[in-house]
Design a protein around this ligand. Structure first.
Ligand SMILES: NC(=O)C1=CN([C@@H]2O[C@H](COP(=O)(O)OP(=O)(O)OC[C@H]3O[C@@H](n4cnc5c(N)ncnc54)[C@H](O)[C@@H]3O)[C@@H](O)[C@H]2O)C=CC1
Ligand SMILES: CC(C)CC(=O)C(=O)O
Ligand SMILES: [Mg+2]
Length: 357
């Protein structure tokens, strides 16, 4: 049966990097049926909203969606609920893609590209499982109130229900089962929270512990405070295997982990819901307004996000392996964009990966 693939290039470097991912997919999966939609600021400029019902329906009917990135200074003054980033939160929520897999893998050729010494990152292979559709990015009430005395109060609500915690924790445990032997001091799932100061963190730790006892008692589980994990990631990152994190901590820890791999331009992600529902794939990075339109962006994160789509949504592990190996080979052969210390353009990096397929 024909598989359908929706491209949402978005803003800033989004269109530049997704174009390269599309070129790679055209080679390894030429039978995919592609469609494309406006999303984020690009959609706001035309339709006045960052996500139209039409694009949302298109996404619902697709087998996989590849998003570039959204947002940028151009839309800084737009009403908050119409900002590009709000369109992304809505898309994630509507698709109910609650489990966000963010692998931080250091390709051997990039062991010297990290800001950490080679010995700390060579062989690094971490999987971050981030809760994506709840937590403080979605909690109500939220707002900015005028207190009437020249003071204003801004507030968000960090909240989780037990089922929201359990379903993403289950994904983390299942993933850890397939990743035995990785990590050191933290060999299985390491759940992060701030249970020392947050009620939602207390519930997070209790629910993860309960689920572990009920369903995964033979798998290793550690708990660590999220700030201590941030430290661990730059102290001895290879000690860690699977990190389970809420929406906010997972967002921050994955940007931090990206630097261990050489660049944020290397980190892909998969956002998954229940089996049989479309997955949403996107680089971990944003729209990088500082380099947008200059052909400087590293397309690897977008290309590897396409790789994850083939593997996790489209059941095409062979095609995914081809991409994975080609990225590794292109890097081995010296292909580098500026973020990795090289001088290749976005398109040249795409060319190098396609040549290595
Ligand atoms: N999923 C999404 O759509 C995301 C959107 N954003 C949005 O993107 C905008 C910019 O956010 P920032 O905090 O600047 O984060 P960013 O990830 O866009 O950029 C941070 C730094 O990394 C560099 N960078 C990012 N991707 C790169 C790539 N592929 N190749 C080379 N260098 C790369 C940028 O040039 C910049 O110096 C904001 O509007 C933000 O809300 C941020 C993160 C994720
Ligand atoms: C809109 C933001 C929450 C996007 C982001 O930083 C991310 O998901 O990594
Ligand atoms: Mg982020």
């Amino acid at each position: 049966m024909t598989q359908t693939f929706l491209l949402l290039p978005g803003d800033g470097i989004g269109p530049e990097v997704t174009e390269q991912a599309r070129r790679v997919l055209d080679v390894v999966a030429p039978d995919l049926k592609f469609s494309e939609g406006l999303f984020g600021g690009a959609s706001y400029d035309v339709h006045g909203v960052p996500l139209t019902d039409e694009v949302l329906n298109q996404a619902r009917q697709s087998d996989a969606i590849l998003m570039g990135a959204v947002g940028g200074p151009k839309w800084a003054k737009v009403a908050r609920n119409l900002r590009p980033e709000m369109g992304l939160l809505k898309l994630r929520k509507e698709l109910d893609v609650y489990a966000n897999l963010r692998p931080a893998f250091c390709f051997p050729a990039l062991a010297d590209a990290s800001s950490l010494k080679r010995e700390f990152v060579e062989g690094l292979d971490i999987m971050i499982v981030r809760e994506l559709t709840s937590g403080v990015y979605f909690g109500e009430p939220r707002g900015i109130d005028d207190l009437g005395n020249g003071e204003r109060k801004g507030y968000d609500n960090a909240c989780y229900t037990s089922s929201e915690i359990r379903r993403v924790a289950r994904v983390a445990f299942e993933i850890a089962k397939g990743r035995k032997g990785k990590g050191g001091a933290y060999p299985g799932v390491t759940s992060t929270d701030k249970s020392n100061v947050m009620e939602s963190g207390v519930l997070w730790r209790e629910e993860v512990t309960k689920l572990h006892q009920e369903e995964f008692a033979n798998e290793p589980l550690d708990h660590i405070l999220a700030d201590a994990m941030a430290m661990q990631l730059v102290k001895k990152p290879k000690d860690v295997n699977v990190i389970l994190a809420d929406n906010l901590f997972g967002d921050i820890l994955s940007d931090e982990a990206s630097q261990l791999t050489g660049s944020i331009g290397m980190l892909p992600s998969a956002a998954l819901g229940e089996p049989g529902t479309p997955g949403l794939y996107e680089p971990v990075h944003g729209s990088a307004p500082d380099i947008a339109g200059k052909g400087l962006a590293n397309p690897c994160a977008a290309i590897l996000s396409a790789e994850m789509a083939l593997r996790w949504s489209l059941d095409r592990a062979d095609a995914a392996d081809r991409i994975w190996n080609a990225v590794g080979k292109a890097l081995e052969d010296g292909a580098r964009t500026a973020d990795l210390g090289g001088s290749m353009s976005t398109a040249q990096m795409g060319d190098a990966i396609i040549a290595a397929l």
